[in-house]
Write a protein that binds this ligand. Structure first.
Ligand SMILES: Cc1cc2nc3c(=O)[nH]c(=O)nc-3n(C[C@H](O)[C@H](O)[C@H](O)COP(=O)(O)OP(=O)(O)OC[C@H]3O[C@@H](n4cnc5c(N)ncnc54)[C@H](O)[C@@H]3O)c2cc1C
Length: 495
């Protein structure tokens, strides 16, 4: 039987962070990945690689995270301060103060050190010029708190982390899914059962770190926990996150924790395939709705598209689309704002219609023409004057509508008009396991299960109902690093 100090289950960002940290702290480490090598990286591979962390502006971030920037590049960048209170406020605002307070501060205070730690492990970062900034008077003005990405996005992040983990001496086995945790009479983890190409095998381990994702890829669990209809959504990323880690831990008495009926989901091209596409990656998302309006197939608006910056609304609107007829939402723009649309609107795999009148556009979309034209006419008439500025909450609003648009409300009156058809794409689930401050999985009596640690999507308690962009990867690294350290300390007799 093979034997390791620490076995890490999964090979996404949280798992690789845990593996590097455990190895750095002297443990022998095996990484088990259920997917084949050509589908490596889990959801992390599909991300933009965007991280939310604490800094006090460009000079500060450039000191130890964005170290590749030249002086000339730094001078072109206006990066708003994102300090611990800004991070906390964003998290608590979108979760309605339901986020676990201790976990929230561990994430926030661990964010900058974790970025510097990743940097020390050869992970390189750049500003997110394309998606999170606007050029104003020759400078790139960033907004919204998710301003830094890994070089090469999520795919680049995974490649860099994998290379570093292997360089440090971790081993990896692909096509090897963990199926069961093994314990002795004292409840200590002694290893796990794995299913590989040749069947089942048991691997000995002094500690196990579960970092194998939530249950977003599993239609049966989605319906069971998120509710009816969730079997019908698209999955934005990997097809392998079936809730295995959560189930294995709960089978030995782990406590379920967090928002089990909640998930991260977004407006996603209606023609996208059932699971993530390794070429298109996250470009099926359509996140420029603040610059237009969103209607359902009855031709009615159903959210305040300008309620807040996109990084704070895109997740809750993804869920909102699920309750619209045929789980469909159409985003409509005119020539004033089409130049502002993100790059994901210009890919060839896009469900897009163009027309010179709303009636004609409605015909293409199979929406009642009078209904759509009436909605747009009422919206245009309600737009109030003001100075439009996409990089701040500009307060340019409509008045008198049942659902006003409270920022960036410009009339849709300059044809040709463009319409993009979306449905809901799920990214990851919010419910999961409970961990303590060293990443140890808690049982039903809130005691640590000896030798069992967890990180990433399968940990509950941080996100409720909504989510501030860029926190998933950051949480994966902060809690992954801690779980890896915790597992190594445990193996060395420290816990
Ligand atoms: C399209 C998309 C874009 C996103 N963009 C961003 C972004 O820019 N910034 C951000 O912060 N967050 C983003 N997110 C959220 C982000 O993906 C997650 O928060 C994060 O990647 C989760 O990392 P993880 O390591 O927990 O899970 P994953 O990266 O999904 O890794 C889990 C791994 O476990 C493996 N696995 C599953 N079951 C088993 C088993 N039984 N045994 C062994 N292995 C198993 C899976 O194959 C997978 O490789 C995005 C999500 C999606 C889908």
């Amino acid at each position: 039987m093979s034997s390791y100090d620490v076995v890490v289950v999964g090979a996404g960002n949280a798992a690789l962070s845990a593996a590097m940290a455990a190895r750095e702290n002297g443990a022998s480490v095996l990484i088990l990945e259920k997917a084949a090598e050509e589908e490596k990286g889990g959801n992390s591979y599909f991300t933009a690689g965007g991280f939310r962390f604490c800094h006090s502006g460009i000079e500060d971030a450039a000191a130890d995270v964005l170290t590749d920037l030249s002086d000339a590049e730094r001078e072109q960048i206006v990066l708003p301060v994102h300090d611990r209170n800004t991070f906390y406020d964003a998290l608590m605002k979108v979760t309605h103060h339901q986020s676990d307070e201790d976990m929230a501060w561990r994430l926030i205070d661990g964010s900058r050190p974790a970025m510097v730690w990743l940097k020390s492990h050869r992970i390189r970062f750049i500003p997110m010029f394309g998606r999170q900034s606007f050029k104003v008077e020759g400078k790139h003005h960033f907004y919204g708190g998710v301003n830094i990405e890994a070089v090469g996005g999520g795919a680049g992040l995974v490649e860099m982390e994998l290379a570093e983990a292997l360089r440090m001496g971790c081993e990896i086995r692909y096509s090897s899914g963990a199926t069961r945790l093994l314990q002795n009479q004292q409840r200590r983890i002694t290893g796990l059962e794995v299913r590989g190409a040749d069947g089942y095998e048991e691997i000995e381990a002094k500690a196990v770190v579960l970092a194998c994702g939530g249950f977003e890829s599993n239609p049966e669990m989605r319906v069971r926990y998120l509710g009816p209809g969730w079997d019908l959504c698209r999955v934005r990323g990997t097809r392998h996150n079936m809730g295995d880690g959560i189930r294995m831990a709960m089978d030995i008495g782990a406590r379920p924790y967090g928002n089990w009926s909640g998930c991260h989901s977004v407006g996603w091209d209606i023609s996208a395939p059932p699971y993530g596409d390794y070429e298109v990656l996250d470009n099926f998302q359509k996140h420029s709705y603040p610059w237009g309006i969103m209607v359902n197939l009855n031709g009615e608006r159903f959210v305040d598209e300008g309620e807040d910056l996109r990084n704070l609304t895109y997740v809750k609107f993804g869920r909102e689309i699920m309750s619209q007829p045929f789980r469909t939402a159409v985003q409509i723009f005119d020539q004033k704002t089409i130049p502002l649309l993100r790059d994901e609107y210009r890919i060839k795999q896009v469900t897009k219609y163009t027309a010179n009148s709303m009636e004609e556009l409605a015909g293409e979309l199979e929406i009642n023409p009078q209904a759509l034209a009436g909605t747009v006419a009422a919206f245009n008439a309600a737009c109030q004057p003001g100075e439009n500025n996409p990089s701040i909450l500009d307060g340019v609003t409509t008045e008198g509508l049942a659902i006003n648009k409270t920022n960036w409300a410009l009339p849709i009156n300059e044809p040709p008009f463009e319409a993009y058809v979306t449905t809901t794409g799920i990214s990851f689930t919010f419910g999961g396991l409970r961990i303590d401050d060293v990443g140890a999985v808690q049982d039903l009596s809130d005691r640590s299960i000896p030798g069992l640690f967890a990180a990433g999507e399968l940990v509950g308690g941080l996100f409720f109902e909504n989510y501030p962009g860029g926190s998933g990867l950051m949480a994966g690294t902060v809690f992954g690093k801690r779980a890896g350290e915790g597992a190594a300390e445990y193996v060395n007799g420290g816990a």
